[in-house]
Write a protein that binds this ligand. Structure first.
Ligand code: CO8
Length: 253
């Protein structure tokens, strides 16, 4: 069976590749569980001081949560899924005591952009496209996107991105402050390695403290986001949006 993620370690850096390239690395239960257990073990691994997270293949970092897995979920199932995912993966990464770099090698959409935003630093390939298209599925972001995007780009731009659901280019993401750097696609892992080397020059305990202090600045909207996200599972818009995606047609809201 295909491994949901690939893990390699070299020179105190752990490299995690999400490995569902044929499904544009969409986050299914197996990928989320593998991310959960891998970050848990990397936290205890004294040989690792920096983590780089990327997607396998040339097309996608992560094109979102796996729509086929949650299309038939009830409100309660949806709440449990986002609550577990936030606790085990997204918040764990955001609070991870070692720097985590997202190397955004292609599409970062929905839960994929939320995953990149949970990381501490973001480098994007010039070919990447970023967005939170949940409204096109009758949903809102459920993995912290309504909270983290406004912190990174400001409320006005976050409103525009979330309400239109449109993708932006890597260049625009740089202008917005959503990513820290944009590089040619072929240089993305090399650049991530250079950034990791820079990070390794500094005191790890100080970096852990900095992450903890910076991340303490967070609003109280995460719980509300989960509740609103789950409530949308009982709407016509959600049924139309997900069925349209799965049947490869445009939704009619
Ligand atoms: N979920 C499931 N399958 C996906 C997803 C996804 N998010 N994205 C792509 N795929 C699959 C496609 O169905 C297709 O599969 P197949 O070959 O079996 O038909 C394969 O990946 C390749 O995709 P496309 O053929 O669509 O490739 P294109 O180059 O034509 O299009 C796009 C690329 C534009 C990225 C397109 O795939 C797309 O729009 N994907 C969906 C993007 C999206 O809406 N993402 C948000 C998902 S919702 C979300 O993330 C909510 C998070 C909140 C928490 C959820 C927990 C419940």
């Amino acid at each position: 069976m295909e491994q949901p993620i690939l893990l390699a370690k070299a020179d105190r850096v752990a490299w995690i590749k999400i490995n569902r390239p044929k499904k544009l690395n969409a986050l299914n239960a197996a990928v989320l569980e593998a991310l959960h257990s891998t970050f848990e073990s990397l936290e205890q691994d004294d040989e690792v001081r920096v983590v780089v997270l990327t997607g396998n293949g040339e097309k996608a970092f992560v094109a979102g949560a796996d729509i086929s897995e949650f299309a038939s979920f009830s409100k309660a199932e949806a709440y449990n899924l986002v609550a577990e995912g936030q606790k085990n993966v997204f918040d764990r990464i955001a609070q991870f005591p070692k720097p985590v770099i997202a190397a955004i090698n292609g599409y970062a959409l929905g839960g994929g952009l939320e995953l990149a935003m949970a990381c501490h630093l973001r480098i994007a390939a010039a070919t990447a496209a970023l967005g939170l298209p949940e409204v096109s599925l009758g949903l809102i972001p459920g993995y912290g996107g309504t909270q983290r995007l406004p912190q990174l780009v400001g409320r006005g731009r976050a409103m525009e991105m979330i309400l239109t659901g449109e993708m932006i280019s890597a260049a625009q993401a740089l202008e917005y402050g959503l990513v820290n750097a944009v590089v040619p696609a072929e240089d993305i892992l090399k650049t991530a390695a250079q950034w990791a080397s820079k990070l390794l020059k500094n005191a790890p305990q100080a970096q852990a403290a900095a992450i903890q202090a910076i991340q303490a600045f967070s609003g109280d909207g995460y719980e509300l986001e989960k509740q609103l996200f789950a409530a949308l599972f009982e709407t016509e818009g959600f049924k139309e949006g997900t069925q349209a995606f799965l049947n490869k047609r445009k939704p009619n809201f």
